[in-house]
Write a protein that binds this ligand. Structure first.
Ligand code: LLP
Length: 436
């Protein structure tokens, strides 16, 4: 493959003028010069458009953005402005949401091992939904409510025993999962009834998330059938309908030209169809309110990372390594999941890419390769700015300080303006925890 970068992998505001690429009206080379590299650039318009598309496809009050994909104060505010709910999964994400002014009653609080302190914070702030994941957690909430907190609204995370056909590390709907209560084994029913009968909580709904980077939409249809059957059984046993069913997130996205990822609209169609069918088959008179919880498909395609090339090493008859100033500390996905990305030069965005080279990070590991066998224009040189598209989800949020590398800055761009939403870490930041 030697074609120029496919603009379909970039935010829809991408424009090429005299070979240079701009996003949100901002020239990428200029952004790299102004803010330094590595730099994560989000097109704010793309983020908003994706939130709006989800709202359009699923309806008001039916979409929670999964903050684990990318969360900070600015992102939480944007998600709220776009009218979505927000899924948080730790005390840290919860605190970020609260500090951003996100209304607590629009928060969904996940986690397979929430601490007393995390739960106390959630109860004190009256978060909209606590999603319980174990019998220990149900008991923990009962003890906390005894301390004087109001009874929370609780959803029960269940595992439908369905494969999502994705990487094993991000497959969460099978029986062998650390998350949720298994439906097959009857534990899910027991947990839902346990919550419904507890005086310390109110049953808010049932929740299920089968995995992430899912392209095979039939997995959703199969999961839907299982959880809707569960909802119907619970309704019969309690003599009252289950109010809400959250089918989780997981819609996969394209990282490479030619990746055939479903669109948000196609995903919505499958989910709604499966919901209608499953409700009809289960004979449900009163259908639960259906919610989804996307992360990657909102944040991923809206972001890209800019690096600067520092070293080019040709290993004769083996390969050429192009080393950049970031790596597995700002994007651990290639090393964790074997994730594949593309690369291009924003100063020559319309150039063919016949040159095959491997983009390496600067970390002390041979596995620290950002793009194996990338295709790039001929003549890549030290000092060039190199871009990796589709890095908006699970890059910064999983970033580390491995090798004491500071985390990059993050900017939002829109209508020709760029603003720093997360400043670059400094060496002082890195030392702030050290007790001399
Ligand atoms: N809801 C729950 C309960 C989840 O656990 C997740 C993702 C989501 C929603 C959002 O899924 P999404 O729409 O983003 O696929 N670090 C991995 C992905 C881990 C996903 C964890 N849970 C990666 O980089 O591929």
């Amino acid at each position: 493959m030697s074609a120029p970068i496919d603009l379909g992998l970039l935010p829809r505001s991408a424009q090429i003028a005299t070979s240079r690429l701009s996003i949100g009206g901002c020239d990428l080379e200029e952004l790299a010069d102004r803010f330094g590299t590595p730099l994560i650039v989000y097109d704010e318009g793309e983020l908003r458009a994706r939130c709006a598309e989800y709202r359009r496809c699923f309806g008001e009050d039916s979409v929670a953005y999964a903050g684990k994909a990318f969360l900070c104060l600015a992102m939480a505010r944007l998600v709220h402005e776009e009218g979505l709910h927000l899924d948080v999964v730790t005390g840290g994400e919860l605190q970020t949401a609260l500090q951003a002014g996100f209304p607590a009653d629009r928060l969904v609080f996940h986690g397979n091992n929430k601490s007393d302190d995390e739960l106390r914070c959630a109860l004190r702030e009256h978060v909209g939904r606590v999603v319980v994941d174990s019998f220990d957690e149900i008991e923990r909430i009962e003890r906390l409510v005894d301390e004087g907190f109001d009874a929370p609204s609780v959803s029960v995370r269940v595992t439908p025993g369905v494969e999502a056909h994705t990487h094993a590390y991000i497959e969460t709907g099978t029986e062998d999962s650390k998350f949720g209560f298994g439906v097959d084994a009857g534990v899910a029913l027991e947990a839902v009834l346990r919550v419904a009968e507890s005086a310390a909580m109110r049953l808010g709904g049932v929740h299920c998330h089968i995995g992430s980077q899912v392209w095979n939409l039939t997995s959703y249809a199969r999961a839907m059938r299982v959880v809707v059957d569960l909802v119907a059984t619970v309704g019969k046993q309690l003599g009252a309908p289950v109010e809400e069913l959250n089918i989780g997130g997981g819609l996969g996205i394209a990282y490479h030209a030619g990746d055939a990822a479903p669109t948000i609209a196609e995903y919505a169609e499958v989910v709604h169809h499966a919901f209608d069918d499953a409700c009809a088959a289960a004979g449900l008179d009163s259908r639960p309110h259906l919610m989804v919880e996307p992360g990657r498909s909102i944040a991923g395609p809206a972001g890209l990372t800019l690096y600067r090339v520092g070293t080019i090493k040709n290993v004769p008859s083996v390969r050429t390594y192009i080393a950049v100033d970031g790596g597995m500390s700002d994007n651990p996905r290639p090393v964790m999941y074997g994730a594949r990305y593309e690369a291009f030069l924003p100063a020559r965005a319309d150039a063919d890419r016949p040159f095959v080279a491997t983009v390496a990070g600067k970390h002390c590991e041979q596995g620290d390769l950002l793009v194996r066998d990338a295709t790039l224009p001929d003549g890549v040189a030290v000092g060039d700015v190199l871009a990796v598209p589709v890095t908006g989800a699970y890059g910064y949020s999983m970033a580390s300080n491995y090798n004491r590398v500071p985390r990059p800055a993050v900017v939002f761009v829109t209508e020709g303006a760029a603003r720093v939403i997360l400043r670059r870490e400094t060496l002082d930041d890195l030392l702030r925890l050290d007790q001399s």
